[in-house]
Design a protein around this ligand. Structure first.
Ligand SMILES: Nc1nc2c(c(=O)[nH]1)N[C@H]1C(S)=C(S)[C@@H](COP(=O)(O)O)O[C@H]1N2
Ligand SMILES: [Mo]
Length: 315
């Protein structure tokens, strides 16, 4: 498969940024130790201070990532409020560690796994991906994660597993936005099994070389770069292999506006706004909008998953 690679001249920059991330991680984890001394040792033991090794990925886009500031202060995470500025303001007290994921449904193996055990088995990569939100803004984000399919295969899905459902933590005491019925909680998402197994779909645990900040979906979230942002569900506690298509929260809430597939498609408009162009966050107020690309620019890799489908109907 041909994936857009970073140009060769950038390889020295990769080394530089690795060193930079290494240093920043060190500084953060030193700060974490000081702050952490107030926490019970049970919690400290399960909290990864920093990642040991992150490999750059050939699946990365060559575009310049948005700043850490842009990425972590403007996003959607309704469990912590409905405005784009809410997650950063309201998610700081949330303590995601320790964390486990329950895997169930149509698979040979099922059960509850600790995130530390998952991380011990899956080498981490940095994947710089475009994100496109339905609301016509976009960003470029350097995730740290591993292929979703690698985790799913460990549980040996059966031939009945046609879909995968993901469920966010349901805990209104820790997620204040869940006390407000803006969506039917918990947040849910789903992929067809072949989409879930596609090597571009990842589970992310970090951002800019560091452990995910809470507002970005700590400690474990999905990233599906060819689909609109709402498919990339945050704070995942359940993964279920299913024979039938799962309900996804935004489709359930407004079926005429948000479908199951949610593939980035400049030719299929959202009923309230065009999807033909997008505003890159951080480019400046007067920067021109840019054309939105089919499948968010990943058409070469994913278009075959949808051959023969009417994408205006399966939006
Ligand atoms: N649990 C949960 N996941 C969620 C959301 C949410 O409200 N709750 N919002 C979605 C939407 S609409 C978008 S655009 C992305 C944006 O998050 P990011 O910028 O951190 O990727 O998260 C998605 N995942
Ligand atoms: Mo979104």
């Amino acid at each position: 498969m041909l994936i857009r690679k970073k140009p060769d001249i950038a390889s020295s920059e990769i080394t530089d940024s690795r060193l930079y991330f290494g240093r920043r991680r060190f500084m953060r984890s030193a700060a974490g130790l000081i702050l952490g001394s107030a926490l019970p040792s049970r919690l400290l033991a399960s909290r990864p201070a920093a990642f040991n090794k992150i490999s750059p990925s050939p699946y990365s886009t060559a575009e310049t990532p948005n700043s850490y500031q842009d990425i972590t202060t403007y996003n959607n995470y309704y469990e912590f409020g409905t405005r784009k500025e809410d997650p950063v303001a309201n998610a700081q007290e949330f303590d995601p560690w320790p964390w486990s994921v329950t895997i169930s449904g149509e698979a040979e193996k099922t059960g509850k796994v600790n995130l530390e055990d998952i991380l011990a088995r899956h080498p981490l990569e940095e994947r710089i991906y475009r994100l496109r939100c339905v609301e016509a803004w976009s960003m470029v984000i350097p995730w740290v994660g591993f292929p979703l399919g690698d985790l799913l295969k460990e549980f040996q899905p059966t031939s009945k597993a046609k879909f995968v459902e993901f469920v966010t933590l349901n805990d209104p005491s820790r997620m204040p936005g869940q006390r407000v019925p803006v969506l039917r909680w918990p947040y849910r998402e789903g992929l067809r099994i072949d989409e879930a197994m596609h090597p571009l779909a990842i589970l992310a645990v970090g951002l800019y070389g560091e452990v995910l900040p809470n507002q970005s979906g700590a400690p474990l979230r999905l990233v599906v770069p060819w689909k609109y942002g709402f498919k990339s569900i945050k704070a995942i506690t359940e993964i279920r292999f299913r024979e039938t298509a799962p309900v996804n929260s935004w489709n359930q809430s407004q079926p005429g506006e948000y479908g199951f597939y949610a593939n980035v498609n400049p030719k299929v408009d959202h009923p309230r706004w065009s999807q033909a162009r997008e505003r890159r966050i951080g480019a400046g107020l007067f920067a021109p909008k840019q054309d939105t690309l089919m499948f968010n620019g990943y058409a070469e890799q994913v278009a075959s998953l949808y051959s023969g489908m009417d994408l205006a109907r399966n939006f």
